[in-house]
Design a protein around this ligand. Sequence first.
Ligand code: ZN
Length: 560
Amino acid sequence: MTTTLTFSDIQAERPTRDGLAQVYAAINAMLDSPPDPLAHALDRWDLERRRYDTWAALVHLRFAQDTTSETARADRDYADALGPVATDHETQLKRRLLAHDRGAVEAVVGAHVVRLWESDVTTFDPAIAADLEEEAKLCARYTELLASAKLTVDGHVTNLSGLAPYGESLDRDLRHAAEQARWEFFAQNADTLDGIFDELVRLRTGMAAKLGFDSYIPLGYRRMRRVDYGPDQVAAFRDQVATHVVPLVGRLLEQRRAAQGWDRLQSWDENLIDAAGNPKPAGDHDFMIAQARTMFDRLDPDMGEFFAMMADGGFMDLKNREGKAGGGFCTSFPTEGVPFIFANFNGTHGDINVFTHEMGHAYQNWKSRDLPGIDVLWPTMEAAEINSMALEFLTYPQMALMVGEDAADRFRRMHLIGSLAFLPYGVCVDHFQHEVYANPGLTPAERNALWKRLEARYMPWRDYGDLAHPAKGGRWQAQLHIYRLPFYYIDYTLALCCAMQFWLSSRRDPADAMRRYSDLCGEGGSAPFTELVATAGLISPFADGALEDVVREAEAVLAA
Ligand code: ZN
């Protein structure tokens, strides 16, 4: 392991249109001269794609780190405009390789990658290049608008990421005030947000038509590189959640309401899971980094060493600050094979997630960095979210390090309830998107009515009281994936179904669960989701009963 690598070592030359054209001409020339083995051309292409992706990752990271920087914004605009040019070159080369001797190509990159390419080439045509650039611009407008929020709660000015501690305060009025501030911001910007989404739905539906699809749904699935399941299986999984999880979450919320003596459960009560106050980190940023070192060392020395490299090398930006984009993510620089974790600490238990969830992504990316070919460095996202979410459960035994001995049990309980409660919301987001793209002509008011209808199915307990914007169905506008990453959201719920299976195994044999987890990380994206799941010894979320088992065990644990 290179322990001396630092973030400042990550450099990438800015590509240009001409430069890309020359690179691809050179690769095509290699393919034109048969004595040159196919593998040489593919190696060269792989290297060029790594360089390009490292540069693009840096540009997008720097913009997320400071959305107010003119330089970062100009660089991002440049990258957004160049993206479709690079995709065009890539797609043409993939088409050429697919038309080549398939066996020879498979021998170099593997059958799974060929399948990915077969899917990829149907998602791009130069006819949609301008639409893709426009789509990226609209997504960036959404990010900037949300990052610009300045909200006042309890005399303090904060941004959307900073609302979380108020939203789970023990003071019910403060929780209400936080939600009021959140939804007033969305109500004030509702027209702009509706406008951005109208444009996105129109653009995506238009791109699908240009590529020969009936709607955006099949294109959306292909852009997520799903080659092993479709909308019918996903719909069946949503039904499983409605059948097995929704009633349980309803019962858990009703127990909480009764225990707290609330006359009714309001939406601003749902995030206060623990009656004594949600356990939170027992210290600040530096404390958590130090504790995380111990936690990962104990879990697995290899993981501990990796985390130390991330921490010492500056591969994390975790503090919340003005102008920083919201949310948390893990990105990577495939020229070096090293990832980067971005987050916004706000003092709540959510901060612990950075170490348990984003670190799972980072560790997978690191473990599989030597797999041949950039196409398999990351799995498709539903599989990638197993790597991250399973680590949330596998770190349960170490939680005293983060929240203190007396709060560790309460933390685990809170996390388990939070995970179960997430499933109905997650499938609701997914269902909403299917309906939206199946009916692209919906007006903003019809979309809100649709959300309300689905919310009643999956979260029948939801009561927004006097919060007018979500009460009329506007809750979905706060979910960035709906704008920026269509059809991604179901991945969290499919992965959670698998991650909870790791939790079950770790209760019986922690060492074996950890070993299987680590092996799964090492597999990277070498196979499609359902195959990775099977290899890891997990039951596919699409199989009957997968969800039922974990839900039964969770209910038993929570009742104990
Ligand atoms: Zn994740």
